[in-house]
Each structure stands twice: as structure tokens, then as C-alpha cells.
Design a protein around this ligand. Structure first.
Ligand SMILES: C[S@@+](CC[C@H](N)C(=O)[O-])C[C@H]1O[C@@H](n2cnc3c(N)ncnc32)[C@H](O)[C@@H]1O
Length: 295
């Protein structure tokens, strides 16, 4: 993990000035000492403009930390079950979206490069990625807001942003910030749900089609390298029907229908989805879409 302070890439989210370790430790500050931010017990700097709204967000965000934390902490058999009872994360991604994401993640192998995971954690998609999140849970390296990234202009070699833009009230601001912190020529992989149910952690404002992604990022001046379906129609149907049964059915019907639907989804929908995700009309019912951009 590169030392972000030693690299001199961190920025005060209010003044835009560079940050350095504060004398005596436990904080970071601007050279004139006018702006000072705490560093938590894990050495993570808390670089948010508005401390109170950050606290409110974190307090209202337990469902995500519980959900992701339970998975991360699960012992191997439970972890296997979590992963395979439905479509596992890896098998439901399209080959094209994996290739696009891998182009960005491959840059993490070079210790001289800084790859920023915007809204990343508690999972670490690459051991060397730097995760920035509005909440300070496990595997978050910098607490900050995607709409005011605490990184200096042109300080980042690539950006990876997965399943985050739907939770941000102003995705244009987040896209503009990604562009500001990226070096000229840097790559960005952004992937966001299209047909997925509401999942507020605690907020969920919008979803993105492949064209929505393209428009959002082109409007900020990015070049589009690739754009398409990240998770196909089968997962959309499997997840929607599962939620419908588990949310709206009476208990007896639920106990009967849920396992039947799981069996059907795993035996019939899941094996087909790999081919369906490559269908030329997969975007019509895509669960998630992605875009690969160059600054
Ligand atoms: C669905 S989770 C995805 C987490 C991770 N990227 C992954 O794919 O496993 C959405 C994440 O976005 C984070 N988030 C929401 N609003 C944010 C903001 N304004 N700035 C940074 N992170 C934010 C949430 O705390 C949450 O961890």
C-alpha cells in the first residue's frame, strides 16, 4: 500500500491545498495549518468537507457494512454458499466487462502507479488498489466524498468505480471529480446497475443504461474506449423474482416458492445467462452496465 502522504497526492477538500502529516501525528493539515483533518485508529485520513453530514451518512449506513462484512468475515463453507447460492459474482460478469475492468486493475501491479477505487471497500478488488469511501469500514484507505475527491489534480493513474454512481445524488459532480484527479491518458472503469431493485445504503438515486454511462462521461470530456453490459438479463430476472417472492408473498407461499425459484434460476436461467449476456440485445434487460473511458 503506497503511503499517500509521502507521495504528496492528498488534497484538502475545502481549500484544494496539498495535505501533509500534522506535527505530533494523528492528523493531516495544509502547510499553513489552516485546515486540519483527523486520522482514525487505522491510520485512515478522514477528508470530508462537512463532518456532520459524513457522521449522519455513516450512522444510517449499517445495512451495507453488515451485508458486506458478513460475507467478508464468513468462513469458507458459508462463503462458498453465499457466493454460489445465486449467480456468483465472477460468473455473472460478462467477459467484455471483465476485460475492461482488468485493464484498469492490471495497472495496480506497478507500485509506481496509483489506482483509485472510488466508493471501494469493504472488498478490495486488487491488493494494491486505494479505496476511497464515504464510510470508514474495513479496507477503506481514505474517507472522502466522490463529489469532492481529496486528491490533487492529475495525481491518479486510473479509476475503478463499481456500483457507486447509483448512490450519489449528483453523478455529474462525481464524474467531473474523477476526471480532475486522473492524469491525461489515464483509464477509468465505471460500472453501475441498470435493472436492479432499490438498494439504499442508505440512498439510491438512479440507475444507468449503457447509453446513460456514455453520455455522463462524454459530457465531462472523457473518450469512450468501450461500453456495454456487465451483468446480463438472467441475473435481472433471477434477482427481481426472488425479491418479489421474498418481499410480497405470504409466509407459506414464500417458503414454497423461494426454494423452487432458486432451483429454477440455478438450473435453467444461470447456465443460459452466459450466452444471453453476449446477446446483441442484452442491454435491453441488463442488470448492470459498464463503460471504460480514457481521460
Ligand atoms: C453498492 S456499494 C459498492 C461497494 C464496492 N464498490 C463494491 O462494488 O463492492 C456502494 C458504495 O458507495 C459508497 N458511497 C456512497 N456515496 C458515496 C460518496 N458520496 N462518496 C464515496 N463513496 C460513496 C457507499 O458507502 C458504498 O460503500
Amino acid at each position: 500500500m503506497p503511503d499517500l502522504l509521502a507521495r504528496g497526492v492528498l488534497m484538502c477538500p475545502v481549500s484544494g491545498l496539498p495535505l501533509r502529516p500534522a506535527p505530533g501525528g494523528g492528523a493531516v493539515e495544509t502547510a499553513d495549518g489552516a485546515w486540519r483533518y483527523p486520522v482514525n485508529e487505522r491510520g485512515v485520513p478522514i477528508l470530508v468537507r462537512d463532518w456532520q453530514s459524513f457522521q449522519d451518512y455513516v450512522k444510517s449506513n449499517p445495512s451495507m457494512t453488515e451485508e458486506y462484512g458478513a460475507y467478508g468475515a464468513a468462513a469458507p463453507p458459508a462463503r462458498f454458499w453465499h457466493h454460489h447460492r445465486w449467480f456468483g459474482d465472477d460468473d455473472r460478469r460478462t467477459a467484455a466487462s471483465r476485460r475492461a475492468s482488468d485493464q484498469v486493475l492490471a495497472l495496480c501491479d506497478d507500485p509506481a502507479r496509483l489506482v483509485l477505487g472510488v466508493g471501494g471497500g469493504p472488498t478490495r478488488v486488487h491488493p494494491a488498489i486505494i479505496n476511497l469511501n464515504i464510510d470508514g469500514f474495513a479496507n477503506v484507505d481514505v474517507v472522502g466524498d466522490a463529489c469532492r475527491l481529496p486528491f490533487l489534480d492529475g495525481s491518479v493513474d486510473a479509476v475503478h468505480c463499481e456500483a457507486v454512481l447509483e448512490h450519489i445524488a449528483d453523478p455529474r459532480a462525481a464524474a467531473a471529480e474523477m476526471r480532475r484527479v486522473m492524469k491525461p491518458g489515464a483509464l477509468g472503469f465505471i460500472c453501475t446497475p441498470f435493472l436492479q431493485p432499490f438498494h439504499g445504503y442508505p440512498h439510491h438515486y438512479q440507475n444507468f443504461t449503457h447509453l446513460g454511462h456514455r453520455h455522463l462521461l462524454e459530457a465531462q470530456g472523457f473518450d469512450i474506449v468501450d461500453c456495454g453490459v456487465a451483468v446480463g438479463p438472467g441475473w435481472t430476472i433471477a434477482q427481481m423474482v426472488d425479491l418479489y417472492i421474498n418481499t410480497y408473498s405470504r409466509p407459506l407461499a414464500r417458503r414454497l416458492l423461494a426454494p423452487l425459484w432458486h432451483l429454477f434460476a440455478n438450473l435453467v436461467i444461470k447456465p443460459r445467462d452466459e450466452r444471453l449476456a453476449e446477446h446483441d440485445k442484452a442491454y435491453l434487460l441488463a442488470s448492470t452496465t459498464y463503460v471504460l473511458v480514457r481521460r
